[in-house]
Design a protein around this ligand. Structure first.
Ligand code: SF4
Length: 240
């Protein structure tokens, strides 16, 4: 499979490919990217279900593949514990965090700025420090209204390919894969969360939208932290 972005009907593929075909397609994308980028290929691991599935898929291509985790001062205790377990299992996972002082309750007064500082900035740093030329995410186009327009291979940043190898997977297929391969997951899913983020900005909901529990009560509700929408490379940080 080529990494050249092809104009395919993503919505059609989501419902026409079966589970096995999606797994094979994801592995083919990762295998090609690994061949083209080698150690420049790095997996972003948010510690959510989609990320751990992508991490497992990547490790089937090569145990040498590296990853990074962006964490914040506001991550739930269960996520922090799970992060330590993951790093102990995979020492090639590096952790990035921004500990700079920020205004009190910024997540309430200006969640976009809070995410820029605590999530986008460390992501940019990870990409720079790890010499990333292709970053791999667990983004899926059926997660919510903000995720329908992404492609499996994106070239938004000059010199940085973004690979979304499970873009076509349904939420159910992620759980199917994790169960079949007995992949450990963040214990917060047992409480009823479907999409995980920082504690003050994440709630359990019964809404059909998978990301409806994110940033409830703000203009960002069900939205994005910015790592999938903001430039990540060749910036001096002035945009933050
Ligand atoms: S999710 Fe909330 S607390 Fe976390 S960085 Fe974004 S606004 Fe801040």
């Amino acid at each position: 499979m080529s990494l050249v972005a092809v104009e395919e009907n993503i919505a059609l593929l989501v419902d026409s490919l079966n589970f096995r075909q999606k797994v094979d397609r994801s592995l083919a994308l990762l295998e090609t990217a690994w061949r083209e980028h080698g150690d420049g290929l790095v997996v972003a691991n948010s510690l959510g279900k989609d990320s751990v599935a992508v991490w497992h898929l990547a490790k089937r291509i090569s145990p040498r593949i590296r990853g990074f985790i962006v964490t914040t001062r506001f991550k739930p205790a269960d996520t922090v514990r799970f992060m330590h377990e993951e790093v102990a299992r995979y020492p090639e996972l590096r952790v990035f965090r921004n500990d700079a002082a920020i205004p009190d309750r910024l997540h309430e007064t200006d969640p976009d700025r809070c995410c820029d500082l605590l999530k986008v900035e460390p992501t940019r740093r990870a990409i720079l420090e790890m010499n990333v030329t292709c970053w791999v995410t667990g983004l899926r186009c059926t997660e919510g209204r903000t995720r329908v327009d992404f492609r499996e291979v994106e070239n938004r940043d000059a010199g940085l390919v973004k690979l979304n190898p499970v873009l076509l997977w349904h939420e159910r297929e992620i759980w199917q894969y994790l169960a079949l391969h007995q992949v450990p997951v963040n214990p917060l899913y047992a409480d009823g969360y479907r999409s995980l983020g920082c504690a003050p900005c994440t709630r359990i909901t019964t809404d059909a939208n998978e990301r409806a529990g994110r940033w409830i009560g703000t203009s960002k509700c069900g939205g994005e932290c910015g790592i999938h929408t903001r430039p990540l490379k060749f910036t001096d940080g002035a945009g933050i």
